[in-house]
Design a protein around this ligand. Structure first.
Ligand code: UGA
Length: 444
């Protein structure tokens, strides 16, 4: 802990990288964030976070003011400045298969290797298929100057959107994969504060570290699809999955989190990560693991179809020219992210079937409009439900959970509500005159 604080570069300033750069500065280190996108760099340097993340704008401004944090599009300068280089670029799903697209990770690693001026540590944080780190080591060995000593290790990130700062500063665990005693010491110096505050450290080999990350997301996805599978049994048996989930959750071996039945998981991580793991497991001959994840994916996608069916049912079999009020566009609350958003997917599917769809989301209206410009958008709950034949609650924002059903009912054409996130109180809505349907709940 007596060693001087290393200087940090962060390559890629999306959700992960921007949060990581700001958080490393908040831990007291000098940090430069690099991105190829000049608009992102200019925004961050001006103190503006280009996406919605609670707490991050305040922390960004605070850290810019300390002089410890800056952003650049000059990779050579960023690499020359720092001792520890974090790779935080995206690994999206490829267009033609379930495999992860590693071109950004390869480009960032190459850029570091080619610009190294002194000994350094490269730390992968991006979510990658197992085996990537080993290949990147070969890449670095081929591209770096022979007179510099460079190590490459994996330190996966587990941050949740909406809680990104908290998850980065107080991680549930810190995984250090493929470290030597020297690089482990450097990482322990970087994370000295969270470690002192109790975050456990797991030191392991490179492939284990890569797999911890994707397995964590695969487990969370499996938990969600499990409860959604049980929800379909509940519906058929007139049982209530929300009560069932609470009862299951009291068992500490199970836990209540990630047992909310409903429209299922979306976002930039869980769907693509389970598909990439499915693909990689098959490549490695682990076909049963792949088949399990395939089921998880199928159950999840099936939930979207189920909500579409309930909307059709509520409208007497067809939504052609019917008004559908959609509450929620983001893939979950506390974010404006609409990547693989189940909510927008359902909204778009109903629009394709001829419905007049009006979407309202407290934060994601603009990002939603950018990806689905043909849907209608409202600026309030009231405006979205105006004249609706059916109202769908597709993201569980507090504003929707706390909405007053008695005030909304008279605004609609038909007071039909479908709660696809299991957070509304059926009794309250029914008493206010609504016909209420939920997933995994009695139709009564
Ligand atoms: C997820 C993981 O939770 C993080 O630990 C991980 O670091 C991150 O992916 C990543 O790989 O970067 P995130 O995508 O922000 O984080 O979102 P989650 O909070 O995990 O929610 C994912 C989806 O599951 C959402 O669409 C949410 O609505 C859905 N969900 C969640 C349910 O349908 N039911 C639940 O009970 C919980």
């Amino acid at each position: 802990a007596d060693a001087p604080a290393p200087r940090i570069s962060v390559l890629g300033t999306g959700y992960l990288g921007a949060t990581h750069a700001v958080s490393m500065a908040a831990l007291g280190m000098e940090v430069v964030g690099y991105d190829t996108d000049p608009a992102k760099v200019a925004a961050l340097q001006a103190g503006k976070v280009p996406f919605f993340e609670p707490g991050l704008p305040e922390l960004l401004e605070e850290q810019l003011a300390t002089g410890r944090l800056r952003f650049t599009t000059d990779v050579a300068e960023a690499v020359a400045f720092a001792d520890v280089h974090f790779v935080c670029v995206g690994t999206p799903q490829t267009k033609t298969s379930h495999a992860a697209n590693l071109s950004f990770v390869e480009a960032a690693t190459t850029a570091i290797a080619e610009n190294l001026t002194h000994d350094a540590l490269i730390v992968g944080k991006s979510t990658v298929p197992v085996g990537t780190g080993a290949r990147l080591r070969e890449l670095v060995a081929a591209k770096a100057r022979q007179d510099v000593r460079v190590e490459l290790v994996w330190n996966p990130e587990f941050l949740r959107e909406g809680k990104a700062v908290q998850d980065t500063l107080h991680p549930d665990r810190i995984v250090m994969g493929g470290t030597t005693p020297e690089s482990e010491a450097v990482l322990r110096r970087v994370y000295a504060t969270p470690i002192a505050e109790g975050s456990p450290v797991v030191v392991c080999d490179l492939p284990t570290a890569e797999l911890v990350k994707v397995s964590a997301n695969a487990f969370l996805a499996t938990k969600i699809s499990f409860i959604n599978a049980i929800a379909s049994v509940c519906e058929a048996a007139d049982a209530d999955v929300t009560v069932l989930a609470d009862a299951l959750g009291h068992d500490v071996r199970i836990g209540r989190q990630f047992l909310d039945a409903g429209l299922g998981f979306g976002g930039g991580c869980l769907p693509k990560d389970i598909r990439a793991l499915m693909h990689r497991a098959n490549e490695l001959g682990a076909h049963q693991a792949s088949a399990l994840l395939q089921q998880v994916d199928e159950i999840n996608m099936g939930q979207r179809g189920r909500v579409i069916d309930l909307a059709l049912e509520a409208c007497g079999g067809s939504v052609l020219n019917r008004r559908v009020g959609v509450l929620g566009a983001a893939f979950k609350p506390q974010t404006d992210d609409v990547r693989d958003s189940p909510a927008l997917n359902v909204a778009a599917a109903l629009h394709l079937r001829g419905a007049q769809v009006t979407v309202y989301d407290p934060e994601a209206g603009d990002t939603a409009r950018a990806s689905f410009p043909t849907l209608g958008y409202a600026t309030s709950v009231e405006e979205a439900v105006e004249g609706a034949d059916v109202v769908l609650v597709l993201t569980e924002w507090d504003e929707f959970v706390g909405a007053e059903p008695a005030t909304l009912a008279p605004l609609t054409q038909h007071a039909n509500v479908i709660d696809a996130r299991g957070k509304l109180d059926p009794q309250r809505w029914r008493q206010a005159g609504w016909s209420f349907r939920g997933l995994g709940r009695t139709a009564a």
